[in-house]
Design a protein around this ligand. Structure first.
Ligand code: 1GP
Length: 234
């Protein structure tokens, strides 16, 4: 079964999934074996690979090494079309629809096409919605967009619904890496009650309790990055 099918089925059956995010810029080839060992032995379903400020080629180098050691699917979560690699199983084809920067609304996607035409990656159209996590993250700096305040639930759910109307198959609610304020229950709940595509939530989720809260609010998949890097979870 492919990645999107698994998430759709999980949503239907109310199963909850977890991904660990590995930022290729923050690890070396020598770290990879141990990282994969931890993920293989943790209650984790996917390895997400990506970051906003990765040097060219570094994703490919790390992904190649990951593929030697990982027993779980690898999903690309790229900050730039230059980070694409075939050493993965699926690609979140992100559309940053909370902002109005044309680079992330259409230009990056067009630049990705020559690579994708020759690739066997499973490509999943995904709404990417930045929610203010009370931290100036690199995603905000790189994308030059303003996240939506979590209090503006109407705008968040209408944005998510617009993404669904545009044909996106997943919606990713992002508070940003190391967010002080993760995407909270009211926001996840509001989106859950509006869309019928699976919801992914990430940013500042650092404990199993926080993972459970976000799952219970309606997320199908929760992404954990910094807490895994700091060895404080899994
Ligand atoms: C994935 O950006 C997040 O959506 C990762 O955030 O590093 O805070 O877990 P953390």
């Amino acid at each position: 079964m492919n990645f999107l099918n698994t998430l759709q089925t999980a949503k239907k059956e109310n199963k909850k999934l977890i991904a660990v995010l590995v930022d290729p810029d923050k690890v070396t080839v020598a770290d990879v074996k141990n990282i994969c060992h931890r993920i293989n032995n943790a209650p984790v379903d996917y390895l997400f690979l990506g970051g906003s400020t990765v040097c060219n080629n570094q994703t490919e180098i790390i992904a190649k090494e990951i593929k030697k050691h990982i027993s779980k699917p690898v999903v690309l979560f790229p900050g730039d079309y230059k980070h694409l690699t075939n050493c993965a199983d699926a690609l979140l084809f992100l559309n940053l629809i909370s902002g109005d920067n044309p680079e992330y609304l259409i230009h990056q996607q067009v630049k990705a096409v020559p690579f994708l035409l020759k690739s066997k990656l499973e490509v999943i159209p995904t709404s990417y919605i930045l929610i203010d996590g009370k931290k100036e993250t690199s995603t905000i700096k790189v994308s030059k967009t303003t996240p939506i305040p979590p209090t503006n639930q109407n705008l968040i759910k209408d944005t998510a619904l617009a993404g669904q109307y545009m044909g996106h198959q997943l919606v990713y609610l992002e508070a940003g890496s190391g967010a002080h304020l993760p995407v909270g229950k009211p926001v996840v709940n509001a989106v859950y009650n509006s869309v019928n595509i699976p919801i992914i939530v990430g940013g500042g989720i650092s404990t199993q309790q926080k993972i459970n809260e976000v799952h219970n609010a309606g997320a199908t998949l929760v992404v954990v990055g910094t807490a895994f890097e700091l060895n404080s979870i899994f």
